[in-house]
Design a protein around this ligand. Structure first.
Ligand SMILES: Nc1ncnc2c1ncn2[C@@H]1O[C@H](COP(=O)(O)OP(=O)(O)OP(=O)(O)O)[C@@H](O)[C@H]1O
Ligand SMILES: O=C(O)[C@H](O)COP(=O)(O)O
Length: 396
């Protein structure tokens, strides 16, 4: 793998694609800076070699033009603090000002470019736009694992302007190494834990996992569509009616492939979507009308934990309930604790997806699992067996 270890960056100007798409609150405070910290080893290696760094990223999903709330200037202060130097800023990611700031950058200095997605050409993968970006450095480094599934100008197309000078950053290499441990040659028993809101987001992943795993645990909002498809009553719980037939198909496929597909037995129900709602615990297929399932029940938590603790490889994507509300976080916490126990007993545990990573961070367990990915969609697509365009562009 072509990583930055193969180059001494002395007097080089590295154009680095990072994924600084971090969550901001309404006052533009960063609520989780993990993705920024994860890029530090790459940036520091280049600076320590005596090189300079031009950072490019997107933030959010602007509608094709500048929008203040998506400006990367909001993260400039934190980035300077984390790097312990004053990061410079270019108010447009291409053009004269960016070019002259990049050109005048001295060894040890860092320039951050404004949000790439303020130009619609970025998401279109426009070649001219990519060429304009390529003028800002003489080596291209891709360290944006979280965005590697997008064939955008800065993640993919720009690489063609650096045929002999394109490298993976350390984060990218680490993410791929850990994802690979699960994707190929995972130690058995291999258990995947799927949760989150929707079946439709995870269909391809579930289908591809059925060829690899011994156990497939399904919790979270998506479990109610399975319950309803099996003839259960689910009240006002999350339901994707048009996916019920598919759920039955997945159950059949799991059976045919000898995969132990485990669904919730019981559910914590609420009379409204509110932390202060009235609560009760019932069997998953017997939820009264007007009540909704917001977490797995205690029997289910025990059942899931038992399977998890007996596993040697674990992939977890998606929370078991509405973990953001303290009264409905128990199931997710129980699964997190079981993943930690299994890891202590020698299992390899990979946590992926924005919300599962947020849950693990909320419980303070980030250092107790094997690896927490910075990727959401990118990790899912990789696990589905798709080639990531951002990765391919460096390899080819
Ligand atoms: N029973 C439920 N009812 C309603 N919402 C739920 C339920 N269980 C989980 N959720 C919600 O699902 C959301 C997470 O779903 P999502 O599919 O986005 O998870 P993820 O795969 O971890 O993250 P991402 O795909 O964003 O990287 C959380 O906000 C959580 O509150
Ligand atoms: O948060 C992510 O998953 C990445 O930054 C990609 O963002 P996108 O889904 O808006 O392309």
């Amino acid at each position: 793998m072509n990583t930055i270890d193969q180059l001494n960056f002395k007097d080089k100007k590295a154009l680095i694609r990072v994924d600084f798409n971090v969550p901001l609150d309404k006052d533009f405070n960063i609520t989780d800076d993990k993705r920024m910290r994860a890029a530090l080893p790459t940036i520091n290696k280049i600076l320590n070699d005596g090189g300079s760094v031009v950072l490019m990223s997107h933030l959010g999903r602007p509608k094709g033009g500048p929008e203040d709330k998506y400006s990367l200037k909001h993260i400039l202060g934190d980035l300077s603090k984390i790097l312990d130097l004053t990061v410079k800023f270019a108010e447009d990611c291409i053009g004269e000002d960016a070019e002259s700031k990049a050109k005048n950058l001295l060894a040890g200095e860092v320039l951050l470019l404004e949000n790439l997605r303020f130009h619609p050409e970025e998401e279109k993968g426009d070649v001219k736009f990519a060429e304009a970006l390529s003028k800002l450095g003489n080596v291209f480094v891709n360290d944006a694992f979280g965005t590697a599934h997008r064939a955008h100008a800065s993640t993919t197309i720009v690489a063609q302007f650096f045929p002999d000078a394109k490298y993976f950053g350390y984060l990218m290499a680490e993410e791929l190494k850990n994802a690979e441990k699960v994707n190929h040659g995972a130690a058995k028993p291999f258990t995947a834990i799927m949760g989150g809101a929707k079946v439709s987001d995870k269909i391809l992943l579930i289908e591809s996992l059925l060829d690899k795993v011994d156990n497939l645990i399904i919790g979270g909002g998506m479990a109610y569509t399975f319950a309803k498809a099996q003839g259960g009553e689910i009240g006002t719980s999350l339901l994707e009616e048009d996916r019920m037939a598919l759920c039955l198909e997945l159950l059949d496929k799991a059976k045919a492939k000898g995969v132990n597909l485990i669904l919730p037995l019981d559910t914590i129900i609420a009379d409204k979507f509110d932390n202060e709602a009235s609560k009760d615990q019932v069997d998953t297929g017997k939820i009264p009308a007007d009540w909704m399932g917001l977490d797995i029940g205690s029997k289910t938590a025990e059942l899931f934990a038992e399977t998890i603790k007996n596993s040697k490889t674990l992939l977890w994507n998606g929370p078991m309930g509405v973990f953001e509300m303290a009264n409905f976080e128990q199931g997710t916490r129980a699964v997190a604790d079981a993943v930690v126990d299994a890891t202590k007993n020698g299992a390899f545990s990979l946590i992926g997806g924005g919300d599962s990573a947020a849950a693990i961070a909320k419980f303070g367990l980030e250092d107790e699992v094997s690896y927490v990915s910075t990727g959401g969609g990118a990790l899912l697509e990789y696990m589905e067996g798709k080639e990531l365009p951002g990765v391919k562009a460096i390899m080819s």
